[in-house]
Design a protein around this ligand. Structure first.
Ligand code: NDP
Ligand code: OXD
Length: 325
């Protein structure tokens, strides 16, 4: 390996910076690497930036690219690439998404956790407990509850499989049709009304693109099954905040058109302290923590992919810039 020619730069602007600043240099074995510090300086020899062939980043600042004349491949710190694709001066180089069993397992856990929370009337019992009230609520069977997963990609399919295991009636919505055991597939915008009409709990794991921006709004909520066994529709979003209309969701939670919701992602992150969402009834808020990229899994996968690439093998999990994910 020509070490001088194959360095990695880890650009830590963005929300995952905290975890990655604790990234152990030993994870990189003998691979030369540099990383940005909290103050924007680089840990490593600045002169060596010219030898960097690989960039690991979330939302790289526009000035970075001019400093990397040997850059060949950009690796995303996350599965979503909207931050990367929105970067100014982004060169026309291959972008590899983060796809990993660890990331999928974490998202599966989040989806199962939140679906079960609403299915087992968790928000109502919490409210009752706060008021010292002992009142039972109807507990439907999982098979009578339809969970509609929006986005049947790596994460959506992992979540759907776990929900099938739990006995839910599961359907997925994606751009292209899928064939999945025990899961009904709906494809394209024209199939969305039918998909939603039978959905009790909608789980969005969609990437943020022009097509998915603002999708989860009053119109979307109004198309969900109003009279299912949970007493009303539930919305869970762990895709991207830009896909949701927060004013619409807050209004629907307040007037009961939405029975409950769980939001992990927001239009503005961190969620501002004065956001009306904080005080919304029957809403579970988590701080973009559904599935955090684990530095060990991320670096190990990236090093394997770089080694394969340097042997002449194709890069996996490439982003299609035209589609935006
Ligand atoms: P994939 O690219 O594997 O899957 C995306 C899915 O969305 C595909 O099934 C795709 O359809 C579908 N899709 C895209 N656009 C549309 C559209 N306009 N209409 C219908 N379906 C559409 O992504 P992942 O599953 O790996 O990740 C999904 C998203 O999860 C990420 O983009 C990111 O935003 C979010 N995420 C959030 C995390 C968190 O902690 N909250 C952590 C990790 C990811 P098709 O299959 O036909 O192409
Ligand atoms: C991701 C995320 O896209 O953490 O991986 O949101």
């Amino acid at each position: 390996m020509d070490a001088a020619k194959s360095a990695i730069l880890i650009e830590l602007a963005g929300p995952d910076a905290f975890a990655f600043r604790r990234m152990d240099a030993a994870l990189f074995a003998d691979r030369p690497h540099f990383r940005t510090e909290a103050d924007g300086t680089y840990a490593g020899n600045r002169a060596d930036l010219a030898s960097v062939r690989y960039l690991l980043a979330w939302a790289p600042p526009p000035e970075i690219f001019a400093k990397l004349p040997a850059l060949e491949v950009i690796f995303s710190l996350g599965a979503g690439v909207d931050h990367l694709l929105g970067a100014k001066n982004l060169p026309d180089l291959p972008i590899v998404r983060f796809v990993d069993p660890d990331l999928s397992a974490r998202m599966r856990e989040y989806v199962v956790w939140q679906v079960l929370h609403h299915h087992r009337q968790g928000v109502h019992y919490r409210r009752n407990q706060d008021a010292n009230i002992w009142t039972d609520r109807f507990q439907p069977a999982a098979r009578d509850v339809t969970v509609g997963v929006l986005g049947a990609g790596v994460l959506g399919l992992t979540a759907a499989a776990a929900l099938v295991q739990l006995g839910f009636d599961v359907r997925v919505w994606s751009t292209s049709a899928k064939t999945i055991n025990k899961v009904r597939s709906f494809a394209g915008r024209e199939a969305l009304p039918e998909f939603l009409a039978g959905t009790d709990i909608a789980v969005s794991l969609l990437p943020l693109t022009d097509d998915t921006t603002g999708l989860l709004d009053t119109h979307f909520i109004g198309q969900m099954r109003p009279d299912g066994p949970l007493g009303g529709p539930v919305l869970i979003n762990a895709g991207r905040g830009g896909s949701q209309n927060e004013a619409d969701i807050a209004a629907a939670l307040r007037d009961g058109r939405l029975m409950g919701a769980s939001l992990d992602v927001f239009q503005t992150e961190p969620l501002p302290a004065d956001s009306p969402l904080w005080d919304c009834p029957n809403l579970v808020i988590t701080p973009h923590a559904a599935s955090v990229s684990d530095p060990r899994a991320l670096v190990a996968g990236m090093l394997e992919q770089i080694a394969a690439y340097e042997r002449g093998e194709p890069l996996p999990n490439l982003v299609d810039r035209r589609r935006g994910y």
